[in-house]
Write a protein that binds this ligand. Structure first.
Ligand code: GLU
Length: 434
């Protein structure tokens, strides 16, 4: 029998969270199910479960008003079995070690699934970036980067942006590392183009999710033209997904962000909405649309794209969802109980590790270009990212598992397990007998 790694795993460090909740609990539940299905040996399950390294850093931040607060930052390297650990850095109020651990695990599966030479990591700071000035964000980033610098590096662990961080944050990180003696643009990805960033990185996650949505929709026997789509979240991922889906002929009937939800059954123009938002207005005050309360995902539509935060598809949202297809552009948007309801109702889910892989695939190409001192064109990089997504998609869609999540997760887990086995990590980690 496969052990429950949260309780009786023989190599489980005692300090690890005993009662995970939210994203980490969901991740554990999915991991337990797949590793049980694969009937992996106990030592393999435990080795796959454990994080390589998990740190908390305390960051005193002097504010503009003269006060100082201490903020908590995290970096979790879940796996380096397939290459340097890789994953974003999240600045968000309430981020904690469990969330970062869950997201690091998801990165391990994501990079493995897309056959990238990376492991999985994630970082974060519990802060509200919108409440900080640019100087405070810069200072916080410098302190965070210096605190984790001994643990990262282009061959060790490569941070990138995530919610609440962007190319500017990465630029500060590169510069801080250089000043501390580690001058290497490949130490982070998602940088500004001028500093070695890739031209497609900012759009890659959203465009990739739109591409996968089209592939999945066609796989289900439909055409994208005039298909009704809703997108939850109009930030770095959702805006690009909405723009790309509209460019490919879909009808974007609902959009939302923190300010509210807007709808037009005849179709919104995401480009006009983006102009409205970038000129300083709230999305919810967009004039050529109706406003409504509640989740945009429950509007009448064919494809629902959650591109905001984790856990937005609750049981209630799942019950009210009209779409036939959910494409997870965000990480962890579907609560497992809600996913079971969707499954019972015949709604198909393209899981996060498949749908939003365009971001880390683009990061991989940025890292490759940095190492080769090359700069590809945007078109070249876009083609390579979408080709890699196609390659993954075809393998996932061809497999006989009941859900695409199970297929993708089991492919990823098997790949990481195989790498650990080949490198002797499993035997080396086993306790000596006798
Ligand atoms: N934060 C993104 C993700 O969750 C990208 C990570 C990266 O580019 O390393 O996939």
């Amino acid at each position: 029998m496969t052990p429950d790694p949260g309780t009786d795993c023989p190599v489980m460090p005692a300090a690890t969270s005993t009662a995970p909740h939210g994203l980490l609990a969901w991740e554990h539940a999915r991991f337990d199910r797949i590793t049980a299905d694969l009937a992996l040996p106990e030592a393999t399950v435990c080795a796959l479960h454990c994080a390589t390294r998990s740190v908390t850093v305390e960051l005193p931040l002097p504010h503009d008003d003269g006060s100082t607060t201490v903020l908590l930052g995290y970096r979790v390297q879940h796996s380096d079995a397939l290459g340097p650990a890789k994953g974003g850095t999240r600045y968000r109020q309430g981020v904690n070690l469990d969330d970062v651990t869950a997201l690091a695990r998801l990165m391990t599966w994501k990079t493995a699934l897309h056959q990238l030479p990376f492991g999985g990591a994630k970082g974060g700071i519990d802060c509200d970036p919108a409440a900080l000035s640019a100087r405070e964000r810069h200072e916080l980033t410098r302190r965070y980067l210096l605190a984790i610098l001994p643990l990262i590096g282009s061959q060790v662990d490569v941070p990138a942006p995530d919610i609440g961080t962007d190319a500017q944050t990465m630029a500060w990180m590169v510069r801080t590392a250089a000043e501390a003696g580690v001058a290497d643009p490949a130490i982070v990805t998602g940088k500004p183009v001028l500093l070695g960033g890739s031209r497609f990185r900012a759009a890659a996650t959203g465009v990739g999710a739109a591409h996968v949505a089209q592939r999945a929709w066609e796989h289900l026997g439909h055409r994208l033209k005039d298909t009704r789509v809703t997108v939850e979240g109009f930030g770095a991922v959702g805006s690009h997904a909405a723009l790309e889906l509209a460019d490919r002929g879909a009808r974007v009937v609902g959009l939302s962000d923190i300010s509210g939800t807007i709808t037009d059954p005849a179709g919104l123009d995401p480009r006009a909405v983006q102009d409205w938002v970038t000129s300083g207005h709230d999305l919810a005050s967009y004039p050529d649309a109706d406003r409504l309360e509640g989740s945009v995902l429950t509007l009448p539509c064919d494809i629902a794209v959650p591109a905001a935060l984790e856990g937005t598809i609750t049981d209630e949202v799942a019950e009210g969802l009209h779409a036939q297809l959910v494409v997870e552009a965000a990480n962890g948007p579907t609560v497992p109980t809600a996913e079971a309801r969707l499954h019972d109702r015949g709604v198909t889910v393209v899981p996060d590790l498949v749908a939003n892989g365009g971001g880390v695939i683009s990061s991989y190409f940025e890292w490759v270009q940095n190492h080769q001192r090359l700069a590809w064109t945007e078109a070249d990089e876009r083609r390579r990212v979408l080709d890699r997504l196609d390659h993954t998609w075809e393998r996932v869609a061809a497999a006989p598992f009941p859900t695409w999540r199970d297929t993708a997760l089991s492919m990823a887990i098997r790949r990481v397990a195989r790498a650990m086995e080949l490198s002797g990590e499993l035997t080396a980690r086993q306790a000596p007998v006798g």
